[in-house]
Design a protein around this ligand. Sequence first.
Ligand code: HAM
Length: 468
Amino acid sequence: MEMETWNHVEETARNVFQAFGYGEIRPPIFEAVNLFEKSVGEDTDIVGKELYYWVDSPRSNKGLRAVRRRAKLDGGQVSDSAASARSELIKQADCGSFDALAEADLVALRPEATVSVCRAYIEHEMHALPQPIKLYYMGPMFRRERPQKGRYRQFYQIGAEVLEALQQGQGGAKDIPKDAAIDAEVIEMVMAFFARLGLEGVELDINSIGHNAPNCRPDYVAKLKAELEKVKDNLGPDSQRRIETNPLRVLDSKLESEQAIIATLPRLADHLCDDCAKQYAEVKRQLDLRGVTYRENWRLVRGLDYYMRTTFEITAKGLGSQNAVCGGGRYDGLVELLGGQPTKGIGFAIGEDRLILSLQEAGKGALAQGRDVYIAWMGEKTLAAAIGAAQELRGAGLRVELPPVEQKVGKALAQADKIGARFALILGEDEVASGLWTLKTLATGTQEKLDKVDMMEFLKKAKSSPRS
Ligand code: HAM
């Protein structure tokens, strides 16, 4: 039952994203650790604390069966080769030999997919294709977080990215209107997707976190840090630590006792450079043009290092404390950081588990699996006609249940009702002989006889959408 909701959500995503000109990409489930370190950031929770990683070198990867066999006791004695196999296993388990290994030997289950999309963009030379490249993906991500409602160690994301290599003469202030329009359309698309699903209580927060130039974010971060030092003693241990590692993240704090202090801190919007301020204003104008309602949230800084300028987050109803269903933002420069040429980027990822939880809480999740037609056949002589009808209707895309053995009519109709069929096609020997078949509409209980050809045409036209 639940999978129907998942399939419906994914199918709707495909339809909406394709309508905006996006194509699908399937990035790998694991990648080299250094890819995430470089981009998401070594000091972020996602990479610093939550990564599922392991050693993957020719040395450690001898094949589990061979290593296990060698590690077994040999006639009650631990042979030399078993001892070395054992120490290999132990080493692998506690990762004691990390320093000796090349960085590429560490791999991790992906905690997110933006970075993999950027890597694919570089490796497949997508900069040579007509720009921008618009891609979407869906699949599992992994973070070793404390599980709770809406927060899992394996969770699913539906995401999209727009990448655009800078051509000669591009870049700088003259790109601001174009970049802002792309940002606004990306946000418009995710809001259109949520609207199509009927997601309730959707709220969009936006912000600009400036860019990494001396007259912009770094200048603000220095001021913020100085202010935080002054109130340090009144902050909790997490925020105290973040003053050193990443002062911006203090703004993210949900701790009740810190809220009044945070409200007095300087705001990044007042310290943006001219270009970033212009871009932010243009994004807001473009959102207005598209009829997208938003709330400005100066404390929205996001937990990944690669962002610049536009950032956004979307919350929905019924999720408790883990109520962010989508997060995203602009990340110009990330492709270059990973070894590609100067490239702009913006995207988002939706937490699919949370999205589905919210739909379910609003009573929009449990979509009846249902069938269109239940074929109630009675008497061996009707079986061939019943099989023929099932084949024809299934061929036309209807969901048909054909019981493997004949049933009494009462039992068949009860079963049809129980599994949520819309129609029961009643085929007794009389019906097959006369060519006049009986159709019962289960919701109303009405029953009618129709010529079998007309009956088939009627049923094919009544083909339901996957949601009904
Ligand atoms: P993120 O904010 O880390 O961004 O994750 C996006 C969404 O994934 C969150 O808003 C949330 O709905 C869901 N999510 C995250 N962690 C969990 C979890 N442990 N359990 C359930 N759901 C979770 C990113 O991942 C960026 N890559 C988004 C992006 C794409 N930015 C630009 N392009």
